[in-house]
Design a protein around this ligand. Structure first.
Ligand code: SF4
Length: 699
């Protein structure tokens, strides 16, 4: 007999519903859930092949392992031995160096329950805020942008708004490859409404551009200049919403002054686009009845990521396109549960339910709820700061779970040096493939997708429940169970949950009275409804809240949205004679993050099997580089050697490397992050992955 289970795809932030069919012989197959409101039965190539990542256990970590000294190999131990030893080392380090000498580095792929217990453990009991996740590398600029403009980290709209829009500006994103099912919905909306205007701004001509009415192929780092220029066009054409600006927003006068400091012609030169195209894009926005701005890493992963976000959100605010059908700013979450992580406060500067770590009253509320110790008043180390602190000795121990920082962090060789210097490294993962494993003093095997139950929240605030389908191989355990067992070995009360539903209810209870209130929600309701959008109330809205700010009351002290003004300059590492090209990094269609899951699925490696450098033929000709020839790319940090792909789809002066590859055949020369720099946005602390100065030569 075939059993069927409901789940959610564990790759990108679109959050497609999946039905997993389990045959009598144990084999699995997946199909898109035809009743799920997100994908209505569709799946992209990654989702369609998800079951292979579970069925192929050849790379799985099966048992806990420890090495008792750096000169010995790790050996298999029991869970009790592994966690008792780890707790003993953590206690010793904390006693000697203080709670801030340890850290947890987690992932936007963790389930909400997992995030919740890690955050509770370190902030509420260990007494440090040193918990950060790879969401820092992904969405933190959007989080700060929303907070500054709207008063809280709150995505205002739903996917259903796509069908109601008549203009969509996609800024620094390639959803056709990176959020494919969402893009299918945009394609369907265009098919239903040929008047839907799509504007894409990107230094690369990607698959997304095939639907664009206008592609603004701007120079990297000039997004703020472009957004300001569009704002100026809208003001000049009288296409702003004066009623909204007067009654529901602050800061317009300063904004107007700022955007009028630069002419459209001047902006066009800086951006490297035609003035007429800026004006055309602005005219589409100005005439739209529903206008959505959509963005991801091209804006977020920048040393001016917050300003890029704010300058884009400003376009929604000056036109009043927020809180109404088919309108609003819409950050597309990179990872499946980055938003769930933000709900529980799973970053070094957050507290649960969007409470503010710097607010003493908020800290007191959470302290009282958890019943542990005092929550430290200062933010903890962010992702990149953790590895800097390992290098300079401030941080002694790090616990890395569900992420592969030696591929994904900027300046990866510096991160590698940090792990070498750490006194104690715990790696908790499903696979033996991550590059962190050789540095681990303790390896803890974790259960993978479909091997555990829990919840995730997608880009549109939609919480979905994931059913457990199969048992984990060997002795692997769900991440939340591992953390709770460890907390108990540390001697902390409050981690003896009977099941994951109890963890979820504790998290939900902490949201009571907040703007993300889901205190009515539990597993039974989620199983019945499949998914709901926060905030949720049993009495008021049976499936949650599809649209925020319909009443034009924002979450700022004045209840008005804030139109921010700032200079449009870019603070990135500028090209020079030695490193004259700008490197930007990103994803390819069929791979996910650092390949530890998608890299073992043959069907997915057939699309693009190896790393490559995209370079414009003019830049290649100057260096006598031919297509498919191996090239050496150098920056001030390191070197990469891959084959060149000559294409006019990339702007002259810019080169592109995919971010997925780490060590291949013991060589790290495929790793894009050998080259990237350590600059981060000063407010969001998100790295500048999209802009590093490099040189390219024939090998
Ligand atoms: Fe999974 Fe994203 Fe593809 Fe949907 S679009 S199937 S969530 S990877």
């Amino acid at each position: 007999m075939t059993e069927s289970f409901k789940s959610t795809c564990c790759y990108c932030g679109v959050g497609c519903g999946i039905v997993v069919h389990k045959e009598k012989n144990g084999s699995l197959r997946v199909e898109g859930d035809p009743h799920h409101p997100v994908n209505k039965g569709m799946l992209c190539s990654k989702g369609m092949n998800l079951h292979y990542t579970v069925m192929d256990t050849s790379d799985r970590l099966l048992y806990p392992e420890i090495r008792y000294s750096r000169h010995q190999p790790r050996q298999r131990v029991s869970w009790d031995d592994a966690l008792e030893r780890t707790a003993a080392v953590f206690k010793t380090i904390i006693k000697k160096y203080g709670p801030d000498s340890v850290a947890f580095y987690a992932s936007g792929q963790c389930l909400t329950e997992e995030y919740y217990v890690i955050n509770k453990l370190i902030k509420g009991f260990i007494g440090s805020n040193n918990i950060d996740t790879n969401s820092r590398l992904c969405m933190s600029s959007a989080v700060v942008g929303y907070k500054m403009a709207l008063g809280e980290d709150s995505v205002p709209i739903s996917y259903d708004d796509i069908e109601l829009a008549d203009c969509i500006l996609v800024a620094g994103a390639n959803p056709a490859w990176c959020h494919p099912i969402l893009w299918r919905r945009v394609e369907a909306a265009r098919a239903a409404n040929p008047h839907l205007k799509i504007i894409v701004s990107d230094p690369r001509k990607t698959q997304t551009c095939s639907l664009a009415n206008v592609h603004l192929q701007l120079n990297p780092g000039t997004d703020v200049v472009l957004h300001h220029a569009i704002g100026r066009c809208l003001i000049e054409a009288g296409q702003v919403d004066h009623d909204f600006i007067q009654h529901h927003a602050e800061g317009f006068e300063k904004y107007q002054y700022t955007v009028f400091e630069r002419s459209i012609a001047e902006a066009a030169v800086i951006c490297g686009v035609e003035e007429a195209d800026i004006r055309l894009a602005a005219s589409y926005i100005g005439k739209a009845k529903g206008f959505i701005t959509m963005w991801t890493m091209g804006l977020n992963q920048s040393v001016i990521g917050v300003n890029k976000n704010l300058s884009l959100i400003n376009l929604n605010l000056i036109t009043g396109h927020i809180g109404k059908p088919g309108s609003g700013p819409f950050s597309l979450t990179g990872q499946p549960n980055a938003m769930g992580g933000r709900e529980v406060g799973g970053l070094s500067n957050l507290l649960p339910a969007h409470r503010d770590l710097l607010n003493p009253a908020h800290r007191a509320e959470v302290e009282a709820f958890w019943g542990g110790g005092k929550i430290a008043p200062a933010p903890g180390l962010t992702a990149t700061e953790m590895f800097e602190a390992l290098n300079d000795g401030r941080l002694k121990a790090i616990w890395i779970l569900c992420t592969n920082p030696l591929v994904s962090l900027p300046d990866a060789r510096l991160a590698e040096e940090g792990l070498k210097k750490a006194k104690f490294v715990v790696v908790q993962d499903i696979s033996n493939r991550p590059e962190t494993i050789p540095y681990a003093d303790v390896v803890l095997p974790a259960a993978a997708w479909a091997e555990k139950e829990g919840t995730m929240t997608n880009s549109e605030r939609r919480i979905s429940y994931l059913q457990k389908v199969v048992d984990a191989p060997g002795e692997a355990l769900p991440d939340a169970a591992i953390i709770c067992r460890f907390a108990q070995k540390m001697g902390y009360a409050g981690f003896d949950y009977k099941n994951f539903g109890e963890i979820y209810q504790e998290h939900a209870a902490l949201t009571a009275g907040t703007r993300i209130d889901i205190s009515d929600l539990n597993y039974d309701i989620l199983k019945e409804k499949r998914s709901v959008q926060w905030p949720y109330s049993k009495q008021i809205n049976g499936h949650g809240t599809p649209r925020l700010f319909a009443d034009k009351q924002f979450y700022t002290p004045s209840r008005k949205a804030i139109i921010h003004s700032f200079p449009d300059n870019n603070e990135s590492e500028m090209p020079d004679d030695d490193f004259p090209l700008i490197l930007t990094t990103g994803r390819i269609r069929d791979q996910w993050h650092t390949l530890s899951k998608t890299g073992k699925v043959n069907k997915l490696t057939q699309h693009i099997a190896e790393a490559f450098l995209e370079i414009h033929p003019d830049d290649a000709a100057r260096r006598q580089i031919r297509d498919q020839e191996v090239v050496v790319i150098n920056s001030r940090r390191g070197e990469v050697r891959v084959k060149a792909r000559l294409t006019t789809d990339i702007k002259p002066g810019v080169v592109f490397l995919p971010m997925h590859w780490g060590k291949v055949l013991n060589s790290d020369l495929n790793r894009a992050n050998n080259l990237t720099n350590n600059l981060v946005d000063p407010k969001s602390k998100e790295p500048d992955f999209k802009f590093s100065a490099v040189q390219v030569q024939r090998y």
